[in-house]
Design a protein around this ligand. Structure first.
Ligand code: 6PG
Length: 269
């Protein structure tokens, strides 16, 4: 059962510092414990401030993250090429990945430029199985990891997620059959409202994570946050993310405005 924590920062800038601290702290402890840090990035616009902070050479977070031992994945991707303005990978590359010393082979993007989104999802799943398989990742050609067996799940150290105004997260949208996927690690899913395909990690993978951090900012998300955390929204996609490890919601005060009762409020870090 997830260990839930809700932490509220006074404003968006403080929220990004709170999130950067979570990433840096978990990166440090993962590398000490297991020799690497596996992180799935969120898409959309909210995390841009976090990625910029992690890439900022004048801020301590950049130096704290052991980038050479870090493997980056993506919670989801739009069905566009990497240089398309909607690409989550393109956004992460521009704001973070091109600015930190992460080895290119440690960036595991979803090849959403493929015509067939299902093929892109399958290829991404195979990469997840290989990287998380037994044997040291990046051990070079001498040791080829066997890959995860059927039914085995990759255990990401940290998954960053956002919240859509309809309660979606990653590209798991309300009513999508992708929400019921229990075998594949990633799937392609048609989003009727957007008239487009997406590729997304599935709930079993999000559930296997050591920690999931939702990063939500802005008054326009307040009602949905309250829905998911305290109302009938537990059945919404974001409400169905139940990691076996830690579940942390990081909010700015605007996004937390709809919450009732006692919630941990952070002083300005
Ligand atoms: C995406 C994201 C999606 C996002 C939410 C919130 O590809 O768009 O994975 O789940 O996190 O829609 O988006 P904003 O941060 O832009 O509000």
């Amino acid at each position: 059962m997830s260990e839930l924590a809700v932490r509220i920062a006074p404003d968006a800038a403080a929220l990004m510092r709170l999130a950067a601290e979570e990433v840096a702290r978990r990166a440090e402890s993962a590398v000490i414990a297991r020799g690497r840090f596996t992180l799935a990035l969120a898409g959309g616009s909210t995390p841009k401030g976090l990625y910029a902070l992690l890439a900022d050479p004048t801020d301590p977070f950049r130096a704290r993250v052991p980038w050479r031992q870090t493997h980056v994945f993506f919670g989801d991707e739009r069905h566009v090429p990497p240089d398309h303005p909607d690409s989550n990978y393109g956004m992460a590359r521009a704001t973070l990945l091109a600015k930190v010393p992460i080895p290119p082979e440690n960036v595991h993007r979803i090849r959403a430029e493929r015509t067939d989104p299902a093929a892109a999802a399958l290829e991404y799943e195979q990469e997840l199985r290989l990287v998380f398989g037994p044997g040291p990742a990046g051990a070079g050609p001498a040791v080829v990891p066997r890959g995860l067996g059927p039914g085995e799940l990759p255990r990401l150290d940290l998954v960053l997620l956002g919240l859509g105004s309809d309660g979606h997260t990653a590209s798991l949208f309300p009513g999508a059959t992708a929400l019921e996927e229990r075998t594949h690690l990633a799937v392609a899913t048609w989003v009727e409202r957007l008239k487009t395909h997406r590729i997304t990690l599935t709930l079993p993978v999000l559930g296997a994570a050591r920690a999931v951090v939702f990063l939500v900012a802005g008054a326009e998300k307040a009602e949905r946050v309250a829905d998911v955390l305290q109302g009938p929204g537990a059945a919404l996609p974001a409400g169905r993310v139940r990691p076996g490890g830690e579940l942390i919601w990081l909010l700015d005060s605007a996004a937390a405005a709809g919450l009732r009762g006692q919630v941990e409020r952070e002083a300005h870090p």
